[in-house]
Design a protein around this ligand. Structure first.
Ligand code: PAZ
Length: 333
């Protein structure tokens, strides 16, 4: 570990985080592209959603060999992005590099490899060959491909990627500053699984941590709670903000969601349990006009009834409805 580790201030506010941790090298370039995307959709009068998706890593070394990671595959974010596009939103899809993406998620290399549904048709003298899609796969592929091409042709989907929790924090702040021009028409759908702990660069070993000295002790710092400045400073209380809360003990979902709403003052926390997250979630939101009162609504699907139904379809439909109401209650609308 570096020598100034003992003297380094380690209780991070959002402000001290950004003052001491370095931005990713691609930040300026990413922000310019987001600005162009946002400008185009502001001019078109379209609502824009920022979907964050996938897990962040926590590097243990500056020349990174080892890092901590989490389970998230990015299914929630990638699936939801498709439903937001269907609902007419322009989507900024900010995702963990190599995690699932809208449209291509249907052809994941591990669960549905595309080579398995292509077939080779040789001509009679075997001098040339054509590639066909198998009969069974043709209709679903056509549907996915049509939606994909139409989103891209219309410039409705912009993707950005992150790897580390540091990349994520810098990108989120920068993107939110670009989205501020949308006021109430911006929706935040924060489905990424973001690490709660990290190792500040001032405490990291420059080179690969060496073995041979017995067990390894690493003390991590808490990642600052950036929902607070996101809600009150970066979006100035205008945007409709939805955060997710994952737990493995289902009895914690509602109290933790309420606590987050009371602390950060945003609109919705969607609670989900690790094992049932693909079939049910709970929406927790402040009760209108009543301090410290909350409304809880379950959104559930029954996979035994319909294997193709995705819970994200109902989550997004409910949020689109709430976001519309939020825009309509604007003092200037
Ligand atoms: O990416 P995935 O579909 O495998 O999982 C989605 C999820 C559980 C990461 C997401 O729904 C969520 O709860 N995100 C926030 C996690 C948290 O920081 O509590």
């Amino acid at each position: 570990m570096s020598t100034d580790a003992t003297t380094f201030e380690s209780n991070f506010s959002a402000e001290s985080y950004y003052a001491t941790q370095s931005p990713p090298p691609s930040l300026e370039h990413d922000v310019r592209n987001v600005r162009d995307f946002v400008r185009k959709h502001v001019n078109a009068g379209r609502n824009v959603v920022l979907v964050t998706s996938g897990g962040t890593t926590v590097p243990l070394e500056l020349n990174v060999v080892r890092f901590l990671d989490n389970f998230s595959a990015g299914t929630r974010g990638a699936t939801s992005a498709e439903y937001f596009l269907k609902a007419g939103y322009a989507v900024i899809f900010m995702h963990r590099q190599f995690s699932l993406q809208p449209f291509s998620r249907h052809y994941s290399h591990s669960t549905h490899p595309f080579l398995d549904f292509l077939e080779i048709e040789k001509d009679d003298n075997h001098s040339s060959a054509r590639i066909n899609v198998t009969e069974k796969e043709r209709a679903p592929l056509l549907e996915v491909l049509t939606a994909y091409k139409s989103a891209h042709t219309a410039g409705l989907l912009h993707t950005l990627n992150f790897v580390t929790v540091n990349d994520y924090l810098w990108l989120l702040r920068a993107v939110s500053q670009e989205l501020a021009v949308l006021g109430r028409r911006a929706l935040y759908y924060l489905a990424a699984a973001v690490s709660d702990f990290f190792l500040p660069r001032q405490k990291m070993s420059e080179h690969k941590i060496q073995s041979g000295k017995g067990s390894l002790h690493i003390e991590m710092d808490q990642v600052p709670k950036i929902l607070k400045p996101l809600v009150s400073e970066w979006t100035q209380g205008q945007a409709f903000i939805v955060s997710f809360k994952l737990e493995t003990d289902p009895s914690l979902l509602v109290p933790k969601a309420r606590q987050a709403l009371a602390r950060y003052g945003h609109q919705v926390v969607i609670g989900n349990d690790l094992h049932t997250r693909k079939h049910q979630v709970i929406f927790v939101s402040p009760s209108p006009g009543l301090d410290n009162e909350y409304v809880e609504t379950w959104v559930r699907i029954d996979p035994s009834q319909d294997l193709t139904k995705e819970v994200e379809e109902d989550i997004v439909a409910e949020l689109v409805h709430r976001h519309r109401a939020w825009i309509e209650t604007s003092p200037t609308s």
